[in-house]
Design a protein around this ligand. Structure first.
Ligand code: CU
Length: 187
């Protein structure tokens, strides 16, 4: 079918159609693009999922001279206790737990228990933190990676819970409640 319209008019009609399509699609682009760009650049904090946090009980007493010390005859482990949890990285990029703090302890270090050549169990500090590879679940548990709490500011009794603040290399920070228990809580 041959059109009688001049060439410039047909061109104008086509341009109008193109702009109409762009106008219809642009709200969707505005909605989807930021989300898309975010996913492409930095790993999202939501890629990390932390579950089953627990900490071993510890008894601390303040003696008459104000010094913190272990309670006589109780299991105090020299004022040191361990915290454990399961950390899952659902993202496609490796992340790293780089720091843990709590109001319950002055210092929290990341350690790994390993058996050396002589068959002796040793705890090795992990100054670079704990790597959480992409699409992997890392168990922070007795006999493996663990969080070592020292300089306790309070006793931890069974059934209580404390807050742990975990910072990851990706920038994500998580507040986790760890229950005081002798064993890992049931999932
Ligand atoms: Cu340790």
């Amino acid at each position: 079918m041959k059109s009688n319209k001049p060439r410039w008019m047909r061109l104008l009609e086509r341009l109008t159609l193109v702009f109409a399509v762009i106008a219809v699609l642009s709200p969707f682009a505005a909605l989807l693009l930021p989300e898309l760009l975010q996913r492409l650049t930095i790993p999202q904090a939501s890629d990390i999922v932390i579950a089953n946090a627990w900490v071993r009980p510890i008894l601390i007493e303040t003696s008459s001279d104000g010094q913190m010390g272990g309670m006589e005859g109780m299991s105090t482990n020299n004022g040191v206790t361990g915290a454990y949890m399961v950390i899952e990285n659902r993202g496609g990029t490796a992340d790293r737990l780089i720091s843990v703090t709590s109001e319950a302890a002055t210092t929290i270090e990341m350690h790994q228990t390993q058996i050396d050549e002589a068959g002796i169990m040793r705890m090795r500090p992990q100054p670079d933190g704990i790597e959480i590879p992409a699409l992997t679940t890392v168990e922070v548990k007795p006999g493996g990676y663990h969080l070592m709490l020292t300089g306790m500011t309070q006793s931890l009794e069974l059934g209580q819970s404390i807050n742990l603040s975990l910072t990851f290399a990706s920038g994500g920070t998580f507040e986790v409640s760890a229950v005081v228990a002798d064993y890992a809580p049931e999932e």
